[in-house]
Design a binder for this molecule. Structure first.
Ligand code: DAH
Length: 361
């Protein structure tokens, strides 16, 4: 078999020109990819020519080899340069096409607010948890025995009627909507190990009118401690700490003798008026609307747990004693934030929650 005819320079140049022309008009990365395949791939004219080199005479092989080597190098260089240009152009185009104006005004979706009652309950829980107390819970649909009997309200006790109880039919089941959070005290004593340090925030129900100062559903915070050597002094210290945590330094409480069946002795808790701090008392020139110039605001009830209540829960009253307290959370928010109408608490207007500074988050 004779040596093949070597390629001449003109033929190689024609292949290069054809490749360079195709490269020049490819203006996307994708186009360029097919041009690269057509002119440098296995079936490209230059590649096919290269395969023939082996069949040439050694002398021709060298010349043609060099010629083809240079030709392929020019095509590759042109490809690389075009690739860079096309990619840069595509990026620039994308940057323009996909541009986002971050300064354009956006439509903000309205954000809610934590209800001031939830806000205060969370805060009170934090105050007590920080002292090592636990948060206890009980059902709102409660057994009459836990709501009244175990708390030393006798069956004919007028206090049972004093609280306008919502009994749930059928009456034989002795179920009611709890009228206070005090039944959670009983649940805590029946279920927990001693000593007990618990707070219970929650909803309570009474057949009350719905007006500016009454809601048929409102909230209380109950506290209960049962331990060895507990006295009224521990109660007073706890209440003062709680008052300062919610209303700020300098706040204090005052206890006034009162009666509750489940505590003995019992007291009503007054909170120093956080607006005038007592300065309005006997001072007609600077009257205080919040406390009606009395210097104190009624806050809740408290006392030393009646031994009969401890005994009803099987606690040895020779060893253990306790204190308890309970107050209205809605009322507390009301005078802390100078809210004037309790109905605002249930009407669900987010602007009300937002206006309760330091309560809503
Ligand atoms: N349960 C009482 C009420 O709703 C408030 C109360 C008074 C709670 C004295 C107590 C307490 O724990 O010791 O009026």
């Amino acid at each position: 078999m004779s040596d093949a005819q070597p390629l001449d320079e003109a033929a190689v140049e024609a292949m290069v020109s054809e490749a360079l022309a195709a490269i020049a008009v490819a203006d996307t990365v994708a186009d360029l990819r097919s041009v690269r395949l057509a002119h440098t791939g296995e079936k490209a004219p230059l590649a096919l020519a290269n395969r023939e080199i082996g069949r040439l005479s050694p002398a021709d092989r060298k010349v043609v080899g060099q010629l083809l080597g240079q030709a392929r190098a020019r095509v590759n260089e042109a490809l690389a340069a075009r690739q860079e240009a096309v990619a840069a152009a595509e990026t620039a185009q994308a940057l323009v096409a996909e541009r986002i104006d971050v300064t354009l005004p956006v439509e903000l979706s309205p954000v809610g607010a934590v209800h001031p009652i939830t806000g205060l309950m969370d805060r009170l829980e934090d105050v007590f948890v920080a002292m090592g107390w636990e948060v206890a819970e009980g059902p709102e649909l409660e057994a009459e025995w836990l709501n009244f009997d175990a708390l030393n309200f006798r069956p004919d006790h007028p206090a049972r009627l004093m609280q306008d109880t919502l009994f749930v039919s059928p009456v034989e089941k002795h179920l009611l909507m709890r009228t206070h959070t005090s039944p959670v005290q009983i649940r805590a004593m029946l279920q927990r190990e001693l000593p007990i340090y618990v707070v219970c925030p929650g909803k309570v129900y009474r057949a009350d009118e719905y007006d500016a100062t009454h809601l048929p559903v409102f909230h209380q915070l109950e506290g209960l401690v049962v331990d060895k050597g507990i006295s009224m002094a521990h109660l007073k210290g706890t209440l003062d700490h709680m008052a300062r945590s919610v209303f700020g330094e300098g706040m204090e409480t005052r206890l006034r003798p009162h009666y509750f069946p489940f505590t003995e002795p019992s007291a009503e808790i007054d909170l120093k008026c956080f607006v005038c701090k007592g300065a309005s008392v006997g001072n007609p020139d600077a009257p205080c609307r919040t406390c009606r110039s009395e210097g104190w605001i009624e806050w809740g009830g408290c006392g030393v747990v009646n031994p009969r209540v401890l005994q009803a829960c099987g606690i040895d009253t020779d060893v253990y004693s306790g204190f308890a307290f309970g107050m209205g959370i809605d009322r507390t928010v009301m005078f802390r934030n100078s809210a004037t109408d309790l109905r605002d608490f249930v009407e669900g207007d987010v602007r009300f929650s937002r206006s309760m500074k330091g309560m809503a988050r």
